[in-house]
Design a protein around this ligand. Structure first.
Ligand SMILES: *Cc1c(COP(=O)(O)O)cnc(C)c1O
Length: 362
């Protein structure tokens, strides 16, 4: 059976691989002879434990996660991690945050509730259209960690060279680029990602944390649920986890392995993004918003220069089967999110559409 599906350029929740959705559909009523749907299963059952174990093992294999890192599945999505990072890692009450767009700003605002936030570099001066030079930052000796948002979903900038943290722990929000390219986990103290951008359904974050950062001595105001160590000690099942999201994410991890892993995804993503950026750079109507060296291959913001025309393009695109191209309300314009699951044909079809629109305006 074939379904009528649109090319969905949403920033999140976003497209999932069609092959994965079909597999989930086929297992919906009776998961592998268990007589029930994964949604109906006890998280303490053997069958679900196996789903969770396989999901973790596949993610470890995909990212080559070293043994001294824990993998946690934590509910609450990305925003809860803004608080958890600060609550768990601010030992001296001081941390450095690099300000590169809307999501690092959110993280900064949340961290300020728990301690002192130092911003050693920012790209606010040019409306977050580039990544600042972070090769030699003034980082205080007693700072607990350096925090980055590795891909700014709204502004469309991405880190291609990690900052020199001068020996301090690096913490990264990888939400909108998680599993889009290879990642050397050993360079980080903690990586987290809300899964609804590049992996699965909303409502959960994956956290990869170096074991020595798990603490027993958290301040007493920290809720039990907000302790990374509690999640680690209980195999991400201190309470009922987001079973459905773990199951769906596991399917995507396995799918990515079958597709050739993260090297293959990186190559495909780069080629796919090039199709769109090449068009934008040659267009006389549309323009990409970000400095070439720092452009995201996941989120591509672009503008015509006129608000009215931007809105016209979004409406015409929607009518032609291209969904969710409106830029975030804080920046306007258009944005095409082209995560792992967006096929190259979707990007090519979008470029054909934009080209035809441009010609119609000559
Ligand atoms: C979407 C997003 C978040 C927030 O995720 P929620 O699950 O909506 O809380 C945080 N960081 C980045 C980079 C994001 O793209």
């Amino acid at each position: 059976m074939k379904y009528e599906r649109s090319y969905n350029f949403s920033a999140g929740p976003a497209m999932m691989p069609e092959a994965v959705l079909e597999e989930i559909r086929d297992e919906m009523m009776n998961y592998r002879g268990s007589g029930m749907c994964v949604m109906e299963m006890s998280h303490r059952s053997k069958v679900f434990q196996q789903i969770a174990d396989e999901a973790e093992a596949d993610l470890r294999a995909l990212m080559h996660i070293p043994d001294n890192y824990k993998v946690l599945f934590i509910q609450g999505g990305g925003t809860v991690q803004f608080a958890m990072v600060a609550m768990n890692l601010m030992k001296n009450g001081k941390a450095c945050y690099i300000e590169t767009g809307a999501w690092s700003k959110k993280a900064i605002a949340e961290a300020k509730k728990y301690g002192e936030v130092i911003i050693p570099a920012s790209s606010a001066d040019k409306n977050f259209s580039y990544i600042p030079d972070c090769r030699d930052l003034p980082i205080p000796e007693d700072c607990d960690y350096v925090y980055i948002c590795e891909n700014e979903t709204i502004h469309g900038v991405t880190w291609n060279t990690l900052p020199d943290t001068k020996g301090h722990i690096l913490v990264s929000d990888q939400s909108s680029m998680f599993l889009s390219r290879p990642c050397d986990v050993s360079r980080y103290g903690l990586i987290w990602a809300g899964v609804q951008k590049n992996v699965g359904p909303a409502g959960m974050a994956v956290v990869i944390i170096r074991e020595d950062l798990l603490r027993d001595d958290l301040p007493s105001f920290v809720p039990t649920y907000m302790s990374y160590k509690v999640h680690a000690d209980n195999g991400s099942m201190y309470n009922t986890p987001n079973c459905w999201a773990i199951y769906c994410c596991g399917k995507v991890f396995r799918y990515l392995m079958e597709q050739g892993g993260l090297e293959a995804m990186a190559q495909r993503n780069a080629e796919k993004a090039k199709v769109l950026y090449d068009f934008l750079d040659s267009s006389s109507l549309f323009r990409a918003a970000v400095t070439p060296a720092d452009r995201s291959v996941m989120n591509v913001p672009f503008v015509t220069g006129s608000k009215e025309l931007d809105a016209e393009v979004v409406a015409a695109a929607k009518a032609a089967g291209f969904d969710n191209l409106k830029g975030h309300k804080s920046v306007g314009g258009l944005r095409a999110s082209i995560y792992n699951a967006m096929p190259r044909e979707g990007v090519e079809a979008l470029v054909d559409f934009l080209q035809a629109f441009e010609e119609s305006r000559r």
